[in-house]
Design a protein around this ligand. Structure first.
Ligand SMILES: [Zn+2]
Ligand SMILES: [Zn+2]
Length: 281
């Protein structure tokens, strides 16, 4: 059954949009924001991007149909309300079952958001994506900026910050696309030249607190990101698109560091991490 979650009492919004590869077979398992929204999305796709507005029954030459409009319990009262959220996952740009952020228009698959949304929030809860989290409300790490929690992991705040920066990189969809997946092992030419491959999916994996290879401080995270960019510059000639994309993504990365982890901005990822330097409190 499709359930409407867009009522005044239920705040959690999960929407379904059509998968680019075909219609989701999960329809009966998941909750749609509204059937109308789904139909509109399909209509939009069918019409090659031309927005199709639900129309009134076509005039047939006969008198207008006397059948009254039947209001259902999910009918917001006449016109469909404009959907404030986007139709495609901000990370993979595909459709399907998507979590709608209550604060911004972005939507995410549970497995695309960072961190992964393990469990759907209760339907009475609101949900905001990590891009909307107010970091001013998160407690400061007791040890400052190194980010260690003293038990071999990142402090809660540092974990959120590096997740945030990573999610920001993924949300640069076009730019990040070439740097998401590992270069296949059978690309011998690549691997003969690049001895330490790095990609966003590996970084993302190392963000998982349960990963054996998890980051234990922020410097390791920044170093992996720099390694990713250095590999791109090393393998690709400067006039290639992928080289230019890497440059733009790294500039974006530095802008994120300036915002969230300023002491790491422009640190090359090699040698002594900035936190070890003397710091004026
Ligand atoms: Zn996705
Ligand atoms: Zn958001």
């Amino acid at each position: 059954m499709l359930t409407q979650f867009n009522s005044k009492t239920s705040r959690l919004k999960v929407k379904i949009s059509q998968l680019r590869g075909g219609v989701s077979s999960e329809l009966d398992k998941v909750c749609a924001e509204s059937v109308q929204d789904l139909m509109a999305t399909i209509a939009k796709l069918d019409s090659n991007g031309v927005q199709v507005v639900a129309e009134a029954p076509a005039a047939t030459g006969a008198a207008p149909s006397p059948a009254p409009h039947v209001h259902s319990s999910t009918d917001p009262g006449g016109k469909p309300q404009p959907d404030p959220n986007e139709d495609w996952c901000a990370v993979c740009m595909d459709g399907g079952e998507l979590m709608c952020c209550d604060k911004c228009p972005k939507v995410f698959h549970q497995y695309c958001h960072i961190p992964t949304i393990e469990k759907l929030p209760d339907e009475t809860e609101t949900w905001q994506c990590l891009l909307c989290v107010n970091f001013a409300e998160l407690p400061m790490s007791p040890d400052g900026e190194g980010g260690e929690d003293g038990a071999g992991g990142l402090s809660a705040r540092a974990q959120k910050l590096v997740e945030r920066v990573t999610l920001e990189l993924y949300c640069q969809y076009e730019l990040s696309l070439p740097f998401r997946e590992p270069v296949p092992a059978d690309n011998l030419q690549y691997h003969s030249k690049i001895s330490r491959p790095m990609c966003l999916d590996m970084i993302r994996m190392k963000l998982q607190p349960r990963s054996a290879a998890r980051y234990t401080n922020v410097a390791q995270f920044v170093a992996d990101c720099r390694l990713l960019f250095r590999n791109a510059y090393r393998y690709n000639p400067p006039d290639t698109q992928i080289y230019k994309d890497a440059k733009r993504l790294e500039e974006f990365f530095d802008a994120q560091l300036v915002k969230w982890l300023p002491e790491y901005a422009y640190w090359g990822g090699e040698g002594e991490p900035p936190t070890k330097r003397a710091r004026v409190e």
